[in-house]
Design a protein around this ligand. Sequence first.
Ligand SMILES: Cc1cc2nc3c(=O)[nH]c(=O)nc-3n(C[C@H](O)[C@H](O)[C@H](O)COP(=O)(O)O)c2cc1C
Length: 210
Amino acid sequence: MSNIVENLNWRYATKQFDATKKISDTDLSTLKEAVRLSASSYGLQPYKVIIVENPALREELKAAAWGQTQITDASHLFIFANDLNLDTASVDKYISNISETRGVPVDALGGFSDMMKGVITNLSAEAKHIWTAKQTYLALGNLLNAAAELKIDATPMEGFNAAKFNEILGFDKLGLNASVIATVGYRHDEDTTQHYKKVRKSNEELFITL
Ligand SMILES: Cc1cc2nc3c(=O)[nH]c(=O)nc-3n(C[C@H](O)[C@H](O)[C@H](O)COP(=O)(O)O)c2cc1C
């Protein structure tokens, strides 16, 4: 079996973390790099990723996440927050990044810039919210896969009150919205979930080859 499949079978949505175990700085850097390298529409990365270590803040967030203990017991909490204010200035910033990174004059990127600006300015606030939130799930996927490769446990989570998270984290003022979160760390020996068999659709049920 390939390493990828082995790792994906090894990982599971951890219910109980060992609160005494912390991930190393090196592993944290690798996880951050996996998130940073995520694909996104046009490459705009319309989100911020907040990593919460502060125990008091995590206690507060746990109360807004139906008391799920992963929030406080995991080593780190990642919050993927989509950008509600994605605008033409965001595109300009991205264009200057491309220009500097690839040594291309900004003028040569005018067509690409105008196209992105056209798309963004035509989106309603709701459509923009949905579109930017979708991008965060790709970053989440990269985090889960990278964690599995490092044999670090992770739990993707939507079971939280986004409005309360936004309030606690001051996201409202920043034009951000807590879209999805993930806790990373090490499974507790007593987490019985780790022994559950994976439940997935069969190939026949899942795939259609045309
Ligand atoms: C977007 C998303 C949200 C999830 N929310 C939660 C959650 O709030 N709490 C939790 O314990 N598990 C959560 N899960 C975990 C799923 O229940 C789990 O991934 C699924 O049952 C498949 O099991 P496995 O990941 O262990 O293979 C979530 C998973 C995803 C992808």
